[in-house]
Design a protein around this ligand. Structure first.
Ligand code: PLP
Length: 354
């Protein structure tokens, strides 16, 4: 029986995508060959790459607006340094909203001065810091739009006159936002797109080529752009699967459709967290993530019975990250509403045992 998968990442993908992706591993488009045994320079794979890039730009509303999409290797973690390598000449600003921001800051410091423009470290990152003046002399400002571990999310994109860069690994394509406010954003595939192994980067071309340093080829966005993400062998299977997920998104109402679906799931779960006497939410209400709902047991409550109940119900991946404890329900795009409803039922059942 398929479990109700609340994993934070790698995470659930649409069932139809899984089916098509697995079929392509055996026989891709009736070629008599597997997707993973043909040349990445074959016309069949080039069509996949172009379609994936095109869909990424189309869904974010950035097609024809000076942006390009890249599918590279190395995960979001490589983007922490690659973004700085390509864009940090003197000084960059970072909003520190937790573990992933911290890692990005650490890498950027290898390339120039880093200013922590704002931070929510004082309260174990349970909120999104606001109202801070963004200095005008930054090469760029970097934010993490959704904080996968802590369950917070920028509900408003900061206004700034400097280029805006974002790690969107865990909320890309999950809601309607004005993507044109960003000059570069990136996301590891494994939260909302496909298996791990590829990273989507969307970049406004005009911001590149401005730093005075030699950039190694594999770290240079311009090198990858020139060769259309095929400077070296791309991760063909994660890219193909991501393409299928983006097609699925487009067929299911695009970002507006998925936002409605995601907000319904999040509302069910947060309403129950707030109503149920056994639990307390972790993140500040106004900054709650629509992708990762974090919650803890209320004081004095033993969670053993709850753990048994959700395991018996076929729920998987609910355990919170060690830095927050408690529970984390990751409710990415592909999670069906029935899974959220089941979790609510189990939470209610647990409360009745107390
Ligand atoms: C998962 C995650 C990462 C790490 O991605 P990798 O592809 O494993 O490097 C970075 N940032 C955020 C916000 C994440 O959720």
């Amino acid at each position: 029986m398929k479990k109700h998968n609340f994993s934070a990442g790698p995470s659930i993908l649409p069932a139809s995508v899984m089916k098509k992706a697995s079929e392509a591993v055996i026989d891709f488009n009736g070629l008599g060959l597997s997707l993973i045994e043909i040349s990445h320079r074959s016309k069949e794979f080039i069509a996949v790459m172009e379609r994936a890039q095109d869909l990424a730009l189309e869904l974010t509303g950035l097609k024809g607006k000076g942006y390009k999409a890249l599918f590279l290797q190395g995960g979001a973690s490589s983007q922490f340094l690659m973004a700085a390598y390509n864009l940090l000449e003197n000084k960059a600003g970072y909003i520190n909203t937790g573990a992933w921001s911290n890692k990005a800051i650490k890498e950027a410091k290898l390339f120039g001065e880093v200013v922590e423009v704002a931070s929510s470290k004082d309260q174990n990152f349970n909120y999104i810091p606001k109202g801070d003046e963004i200095p005008a002399d930054l090469d760029y400002l970097h934010i993490t739009t959704n904080n996968t571990i802590f369950g917070t999310q920028f509900q408003e994109i900061p206004e700034t006159n400097v280029p805006l860069i974002a790690d969107m690994s865990s909320d890309i394509f999950s809601r309607v936002i004005d993507y044109s406010k960003f000059d570069l954003f990136y996301a590891g595939a494994q939260k909302n797109m496909g298996p791990s192994g590829t990273t989507l980067i969307i970049v406004k071309e005009e911001i590149l080529g401005k730093v005075n340093r030699t950039i190694p080829s594999m770290m240079d966005y311009q090198v990858h752009l020139k060769s259309d993400s095929m400077f070296n062998t791309p991760p063909v299977f994660p890219i193909y699967t991501s393409m299928l997920t983006l097609e699925w998104l487009q067929e299911n109402g695009g970002l507006a459709g998925i936002e409605k679906h995601n907000k319904e799931k999040a509302a069910l779960i947060y309403n129950e967290i707030d109503r149920n006497s056994a639990f307390v939410g972790f993140a500040a209400k106004e900054d709650r993530s629509f992708m990762n709902a974090t919650f803890n047991l209320a004081e004095g409550i033993d969670g053993t019975a709850f753990d048994n109940l959700w395991n018996e119900a076929g729920i998987s991946g609910l355990k919170g990250h060690r830095s927050v404890g408690g529970y984390r329900a990751s409710i990415y795009n592909a999670l069906p509403i029935e899974s959220a409803q089941l979790l609510v039922e189990v939470m209610q059942k647990f409360e009745k045992t107390l």
